[in-house]
Each structure stands twice: as C-alpha cells, then as structure tokens.
Design a protein around this ligand. Structure first.
Ligand code: NDP
Length: 313
C-alpha cells in the first residue's frame, strides 16, 4: 500500500510540557505546527498527582489537569494536535521525513523533538499498584508531601544521591536501598550522602515488596550478604534507578550520549542536523522539571522560527 504523504511547515514530536510549549510559540509565530502526541499524550506529568512547583498555580494543580491546560492553550493558538507515534525518520535531506504509525509520511521543513524520557521501575506488582499513593519516581515533585515522615529511596546513581539529599532535608529518615556494596554516584555525591546523619544506607540489598494496601506503609528488603529480609515501616518509596530517553527512532540520525539522550549545542536546542531541534527530557538528564522542559520548548520554537526565516522557508 502506498504511504500517504503530507507536507507541513513545522512538525513537533511529543506532547509533554516541552512539546506543548513549543507548539504554543510556533503557532503564535504562524509556523502552523503539527504536533503528534506519541505513546503517552501529555507525558510523564499525566502519571503524577499534585504539582506544586510550577509557577503560576498558587494552589497547585493535578498533573493530568495541567497537561490538559497546556494542550488546550496550544490548540487555541492554532496548533494541529494529533494522535500518532513517530515510527521511522529520514533526515538525509530537506524536507525531512517522519513516518507516523508506520503508514503516513510527514514531510517537514523543521522538526522539534520532545519525546521525553521514561522513568525506569523495579517491576514489582506492589510498586505499580501504589504508584501515586506513596510510590514515586520524582523526589523533587513528591517529597514535600512526606514532610517529617520516614521514606525510602532505591538506586545509587547521581539521581538517587541527589534525591536522597533533597529528601533528607524534608523527611525524618531516608532509608537508601543499594543493590551492590558500592554506589555508582560521583565521589562527591557519595561522600555527601554518607555524611548525612538521617540517611541510612542498606548495602547489598534488594527491594522485595512495597507494603501497604491503599498507600505505602513499609518496605520489605532482602540483605543478600546475610540472606535476611527486613520490613521497614515508612510512608513513601522513591524509585531512582535511571530514566530511558525515548530516542530509539532517531538512532543513526542524531547525535546521542552513551545513555541515548540527544545532544544539543549548549545554550540552544540545535541538534547535529540543521533544522532539527530537541527540547525537554529527551535532551536533559539533569534538571528534568516541567518548568525547565517548558522553557526549552520555547527555545526550540524560537530556534525553529529563526532557522525557517534564515532559509527563506
Ligand atoms: P544511573 O544509570 O547512573 O544509576 C542508576 C542506579 O540505579 C545505579 O546505581 C544502579 O545500580 C541502580 N539500579 C538500576 N537498576 C536497579 C534495580 N533494578 N534495582 C536496584 N538498583 C538499580 O542513573 P541516574 O539517573 O542516577 O543518572 C543518569 C545520568 O545522569 C548519569 O550519567 C548521572 O551522572 C547524570 N546525573 C547528573 C546529575 C548532576 O550532575 N547533577 C544529577 C543526576 C544525574 P548499579 O550501580 O548497581 O548498576
């Protein structure tokens, strides 16, 4: 069967805060953006509960509601928002080609990639069941709700170290579950964690189960060095075992780091392909906040607008 082909001026792939913000700016600049929402319309915020750290919402807002607002705002400005997943790309020459759902081909003068990253999970049934009820993959988002309480975090990279330190300032005790006898985090972060009195590290330990029916009430861990399980009563469980950037479809075309994050020229949203820009978590493994993603989406739209103007497109 022949693929249908559609020519668009500005294509945005992905629909978190970065993609929708890019769409708002691109639509207002008359770039007539077409945005494909991808696998998880609205992105990671649709699986969180209350967002209290996004400026402009003094009373907080539910993550899914916030993303509906972003989408409505982009639509109102004239962005064409569609369901669909980018399944293949060809950036050999302009106009660049993107296959949607393996059938339709979009030819675009410029492309903004905002496909985000997904948190990795341990894969326990209890972890999934209590997600949003004390299980979280973002301490900066959800730690505040457990002020003064005992919490746990699993992971031993820089993210886990940073989040354990963040939690230690809010919570009474932070139980840190490390699967080996050493941490992967940078030396300086390891030292900070080890020096913090209310962070208790459990070496050689794996998480067996998150305890609790409707909310987190504890954690069952197994200490492999003595083959003993231990139940720790606590109120929240943070998972910080890494993220996976959603960049597989761009392999071979765009420069990536060893973990698959797209590489952009510092201070810009430019990738190694002229006219292809990246915004949000797909190119940010450090900040990963809704507000930083939105900011970089704005940058990408402005970069795209300048590119089109320079090319006379
Ligand atoms: P990493 O991949 O660096 O670390 C993941 C951690 O989770 C590792 O300690 C790993 O253990 C552990 N882990 C993985 N799977 C499991 C599992 N199933 N059970 C228990 N533990 C598990 O991810 P990060 O998100 O920490 O960091 C990603 C990148 O971002 C790194 O390059 C990091 O340096 C960088 N970063 C930099 C920051 C900064 O500069 N401020 C802040 C945050 C991140 P193991 O060690 O045994 O493999």
């Amino acid at each position: 069967m022949e693929n249908t082909v559609e020519r668009v001026h500005c294509l945005i792939i992905g629909s978190g805060p970065a993609g929708y913000t890019a769409a708002i700016y691109a639509a207002r600049a008359n770039l007539k953006p077409v945005l494909y929402q991808g696998l998880q319309p609205g992105g990671q915020l649709t699986i969180t509960t209350e967002v209290e750290n996004y400026p402009g919402y003094p009373d907080g807002i539910q993550g899914p509601d916030m993303m509906i607002n972003f989408e409505r705002q982009a639509s109102r400005m004239g962005a064409d928002i569609r369901y669909g997943i980018a399944t293949k790309v060809d950036f050999m020459e302009t106009p660049y080609k993107v296959w949607i759902d393996e059938e339709k081909i979009i030819e675009a003068d410029t492309i903004i990639i905002s496909t985000g990253a997904s948190a990795k999970w341990l894969g326990l049934e209890s972890e999934q069941r209590l997600n949003g009820y004390g299980v979280s993959a973002c301490a900066v988002c959800d730690g505040f709700f457990f002020k003064g309480k005992e919490v746990a975090i699993v992971g031993a990279g820089d993210t886990a170290a940073e989040e354990a330190l963040y939690l230690s300032k809010l919570c009474s005790t932070v139980h840190m579950i490390v699967r080996r006898d050493q941490m992967r985090a940078s030396k300086i972060m390891q030292e900070r964690v080890k020096k913090t009195e209310n962070i208790k590290i459990y070496w050689n330990s794996s998480t067996q189960e998150v305890l609790g029916e409707n909310k987190v009430e504890g954690l069952r861990i197994l200490d492999h060095s003595i083959q003993q399980t231990l139940d720790i009563p606590l109120s929240a469980f943070f998972v910080a075992i890494g993220h996976k950037p959603n960049s597989d479809v761009f392999k071979g075309w765009l420069e990536m780091d060893e973990s698959g994050y797209l590489v952009t020229i510092p201070g810009t949203s430019k990738t190694n392909v002229e006219g292809v820009f990246a915004a949000g978590d797909i190119q940010d493994k450090i900040y990963r906040q809704a507000v930083t993603a939105a900011g970089s989406g704005c940058m990408a739209a402005l970069d795209a607008e300048r590119y089109l103007a320079l090319k006379g497109l």
